[in-house]
Design a protein around this ligand. Structure first.
Ligand SMILES: Nc1ncnc2c1ncn2[C@@H]1O[C@H](COP(=O)(O)OP(=O)(O)OP(=O)(O)O)[C@@H](O)[C@H]1O
Length: 685
């Protein structure tokens, strides 16, 4: 495919050529979305400043959880450092006062000695405190990140599937993930703030004692830079929020070039240069945003520097006036200059650290928000236990829509949209299941058949408790599935979905992960593998059960699609649940393996388990106890294989079956394949 030309001047609000071509439109979170949904964009600096203490407290709680001792070391170290700096400044003042006093030089030097010792001691104490704080921070930071990440993962792991599929929740997950690592950095920013605050307070105290007018001037000197830093942090954060989806898509492109999965297709289809070209296109669009940010930041900094310069000139002019008018002694002026320098430095560090803290707090705020959002969308814990003597699961008038993106523009639904847009909106809002009533008798094989997109997998996902109906109810022996304890419900279910996960672990773990809480049971593993025909796959691997099933790692092996499918079935078998859902279990299997698998599935139902079989191979559902036929999200017919085939008026099932049968009837065959040795003999002749 010929690559599209990427626009020289990217126009983010309309989307770059790459975004439009590959992702169907701009990937920015737009202002409308931000206005309505993200309070942080509407936040003034003042409002954020009010939030800051709460977010600092949140990080301190994380640090407390991670390592209390290290936290005390850091806090104590920073406090000691600041105090020693303050005492040092007072000692310097005493040294200067003694040296510049009247009298003989010998006498003056002697008088200064205790203060000099004080300066040295405070220096040593300050250095020791800094060392303690540095080592404490080094210990604390990785632990805080680990604790924050663990909390993040724990929350994410517990949300409903609908949240995981939601674009807004994904955005929050992205931002909060950064929050977990920013929490780590926030620890050192917090310690930096404590340290520089104490130093500043010390210098400010000394300065106020020297002359009260000097303190406001010192503060004035640093105000412009504080404003500039905070403003820049805020615009960086806002830009990140807006461009996050874009960056994720750019990473997706670069990662596809590095991953083993798409590697063969990328090579054979020559998609590499195409992807690289669009990676560049996406990056260039983002670079334009970064340039905009840099220019705006530079302008703000320049204005702030000019204002700081004016304030510094004012401060030193005031000091000169005090000195010239005799209102301040020379020794005091010397200390004042030192205090202004120390105080100024502390204040600059303080501003830098507060600025860091502010930026980090924005992300940590997202982490906190994720915790709240995840808690609101968490899978409920507890409920009615699943009935012991389960006889029937019934769908009663079930209607279900897949959750829509909250960012999806419903304006398309209005009269202003084009016909295509209205058609798209209509399709997007169409229910995946419409007023479906059907039964799953326990201990039987129930097949779900129908054309692509007819709703078979959706039925199985609702049955598995991954979603709840919008209308109607799913009853387990009469109890609404919503009321059932979801952990119990899932305990009853094993699922082999069409895209079951191929774990990049050993062969053993790829099956054992079907029941991760159970300690490894080698015999059960062997049985599950034999059940699915995966025993031959294991036997053919260089390290048997211990073979790593992923390419790109030392000793890693890749399996064929059919071999993977056997492992997937073995995994579900190892789970040993009462209800087994198999979605296209044999699509990648050869004819012999397919027959064997269906035979095994039948035997399973014979042992009192329920098998829900989703397949397009209609001949394979011959032995099902009950077949449900779906079309466009609606149940068209139900019955046994014979009932559906021999209905007086042909239904969907018979129509589909006839089509498949016709494909085989066209072929005229000369006879069965002769035995292998007979073929060889005839070839020899
Ligand atoms: N996660 C999802 N989010 C939104 N829509 C979905 C999702 N999964 C499926 N759909 C839509 O729901 C409808 C039913 O899909 P479903 O996967 O249940 O069909 P199916 O009968 O299993 O199809 P197939 O035979 O192709 O596997 C389709 O229109 C599909 O596009």
């Amino acid at each position: 495919m010929k690559a599209e030309r990427v626009k020289a001047v990217p126009q983010p609000e309309r989307g770059s050529a790459s975004e439009n071509l590959l992702f169907g439109g701009p990937l920015l979170y737009n202002a409308r979305w931000a206005d309505h949904r993200d309070a942080y964009f509407r936040m003034s600096l003042w409002a954020m400043a009010l939030q800051l203490p709460r977010l600092v407290a949140f990080t301190v709680r994380l640090a407390w959880r991670a390592d209390r001792r290290a936290m005390w070391t850091v806090g104590g170290g920073e406090l000691t450092r600041g105090i020693s700096q303050a005492v040092g400044l007072v000692a310097v003042n005493s040294v200067l006062a003694a040296v510049l006093a009247a009298g003989g030089i010998e006498h003056r030097v002697q008088a200064a000695i205790p203060a000099v010792i004080g300066v040295a001691l405070t220096g040593i104490i300050g250095a020791l405190a800094t060392a303690a704080s540095t080592s404490g921070t080094g210990r604390l930071e990785p632990k805080v990140e680990r604790v924050a990440t663990e909390m993040y993962l724990t929350h994410v792991m517990k949300v409903e599937l609908s949240a995981v599929e939601d674009a807004d929740f994904n955005r929050l997950m992205d931002s909060a993930k950064i929050g977990a690592s920013e929490a780590r950095r926030m620890v050192s920013s917090c310690t930096g703030v404590v340290g520089s605050l104490v130093s500043f307070v010390a210098a400010a105290g000394v300065l106020t004692v020297l002359h009260p007018a000097l303190l406001p001037l010192l503060v004035l000197m640093t105000l412009p830079r504080s404003w500039a830093s905070l403003r820049n942090s805020r615009s960086r954060y806002a830009s990140y929020q807006q461009w996050m989806q874009h960056s994720r898509a750019g990473r997706l492109l670069s990662q596809s070039l590095m991953q083993t999965g798409p590697a063969p297709e990328i090579r054979v289809h020559g998609a590499g240069p195409f992807l690289l070209h669009h990676f560049r296109g996406m990056s260039e669009t983002y670079e334009a945003e970064q340039s905009r940010l840099a220019t705006s930041n530079a302008r703000i900094r320049l204005a702030a520097s000019a204002l700081t310069g004016i304030a510094a000139a004012l401060t030193y002019a005031a000091l000169g006036t005090l000195l010239a008018t005799g209102l301040m002694a020379l020794s005091v002026a010397g200390t004042a200059v030192l205090a202004i320098r120390t105080g100024g430095q502390s204040l600059s560090t303080l501003i830098l650290q507060v600025n860091n803290l502010y930026e980090q707090a924005c992300y940590v705020g997202d982490l906190e928000r994720l915790f709240q959002e995840a808690a609101a969308r968490a899978i409920p814990v507890g409920g009615t236990p699943v009935p012991e003597e389960l006889a029937l699961i019934r769908f009663e008038n079930v209607t279900f829509h897949y959750p829509e993106d909250s960012d999806t523009d419903t304006e398309n639904d209005t009269d202003d949209g084009t016909d295509d847009e209205r058609e798209n909106a209509r399709t997007a809002n169409r229910p995946a299941l419409k007023d479906v009533t059907l039964d799953f008798p326990i201990g039987k094989i129930v097949a779900l058949v129908g054309e692509n997109g007819s709703g078979k997998t959706t039925v199985s996902k609702l049955l598995a408790g991954l979603y709840h109906p919008d209308d109607g109810v799913i009853r387990w022996n009469g109890t609404d599935a919503r009321k059932l304890d979801r952990a119990h419900l899932w305990d009853e279910i094993a699922i082999v979905s069409q895209d079951f996960h191929r774990w990049p672990f050993t062969c053993r773990m790829n099956i054992a992960i079907g029941r991760p809480e159970r300690s490894l049971d080698e015999q059960a593993l062997e049985e599950a593998a034999a059940y699915a025909g995966a025993d031959k796959v294991v036997a053919g691997l260089p390290r048997g059960w211990d073979t790593l099933l992923t390419k790109g790692y030392k000793g890693g092996r890749q399996l064929s699609g059919g071999q993977w499918q056997k492992l997937g079935i073995a995994r579900a078998r190892y789970r040993d649940a009462r209800i087994l859902i198999v979605d296209e279990p044999t699509s990648a299997l050869d004819a012999k393996a397919e027959l064997e698998v269906f035979d095994q599935i039948r035997k399973l139902a014979g042992n009192g388990r329920t098998v829900v079989l989703i397949t397009h191979r209609l001949a394979s559902v011959r032995h099902a106890d009950l077949i449900h036929v779906l079309e466009d999200g609606e149940l068209r017919e139900s019955g046994t294989f014979d009932e559906l085939l021999h209905k007086p008026a042909a239904g969907v099932f018979r129509e589909l079956y006839e089509m498949q049968r016709a494909q085989y009837q066209d072929a005229t065959l000369p006879g069965p394949r002769p035995p292998a040795d007979a073929t060889e003999r005839s070839d020899a002749r």
